[in-house]
Design a protein around this ligand. Structure first.
Ligand SMILES: C[S@@+](CC[C@H](N)C(=O)[O-])C[C@H]1O[C@@H](n2cnc3c(N)ncnc32)[C@H](O)[C@@H]1O
Length: 206
């Protein structure tokens, strides 16, 4: 991704999502970020859409490979009076010691990474035993036709939207990992082709 497209994506992200934030995502961000506690890492944190949902006593670290997204996030954190630690890094290779975090949060990010299993492995490395990976993702439609359209649209969609895949079976990848999938809930609303969504959490085994 070039610096120019990174900059452009950061500039349009909040205006592009504002209707979905109000109408669709709010209760799900509350569920994912609002229930995080302790030492919390957010991967692919973008412009900071989850910031206002974290409890005030959460010790928050954020990462994202796009420095322009993190610049916007930092400005929001300052406005909210929230202290954060941030690092420009992909979710496959983050500069933290093993077992550094109680909770890791990822929202609308596993659609964009190159290899979801590599990210889950890195999340597992960084979680303390019993720690939670809390997520909200759009996933491939179970409907035959809708799923097929997402498959066909994927190459163009991925190119236009910074690597976003509309057709991933993200829950299957988490289930196949060494994390224990504890809870998932589907929600069908949101703009097609990036729906349905799933929220949930998985736990690192003790
Ligand atoms: C759709 S945005 C979601 C931003 C934010 N998490 C949210 O919920 O609004 C996808 C984010 O994933 C980031 N991203 C892309 N590739 C990534 C990777 N390999 N590791 C971590 N984050 C990545 C992008 O820079 C972008 O900020």
């Amino acid at each position: 991704m070039s610096r120019l497209t990174q900059r452009l994506f950061a500039a349009i992200y909040d205006p592009a999502l504002s209707a979905s934030e109000r109408g669709v995502f709010r209760p799900h961000r509350e569920y994912v970020a609002g229930r995080a506690s302790g030492d919390v890492l957010e991967i692919g944190a973008g412009t900071g859409a989850n910031l206002s949902y974290y409890a005030p006593d959460v010790r928050l670290t954020v990462t994202d490979p796009n420095p322009f997204m993190l610049r916007k996030l930092t400005a929001k954190a300052e406005k909210l009076g929230r202290t954060i630690t941030s690092s420009v890094a992909p979710a496959t290779d983050m500069p933290f010691e093993d077992e550094s975090f109680d909770v890791i949060v990822g929202t609308l990010v596993l659609c964009s990474v190159r290899d979801q299993s590599d990210v889950i492995d890195e999340v597992t490395r960084l979680l303390r035993p019993g720690g939670e990976f809390r997520f909200m993702e759009h996933v491939r439609s179970p409907g035959r036709l809708k799923g097929l359209v997402q498959d066909v649209a994927m190459p163009v969609w991925r190119t236009c939207f910074e690597g976003c895949h509309p057709n991933r079976n993200t829950v299957a990848i988490i289930k196949a990992s060494s994390l224990e999938l504890v809870e998932t809930k589907d929600f069908g609303n949101g703009p097609y082709p990036v729906r349905p969504h799933v929220v949930g959490f998985a736990r690192r085994k003790s």
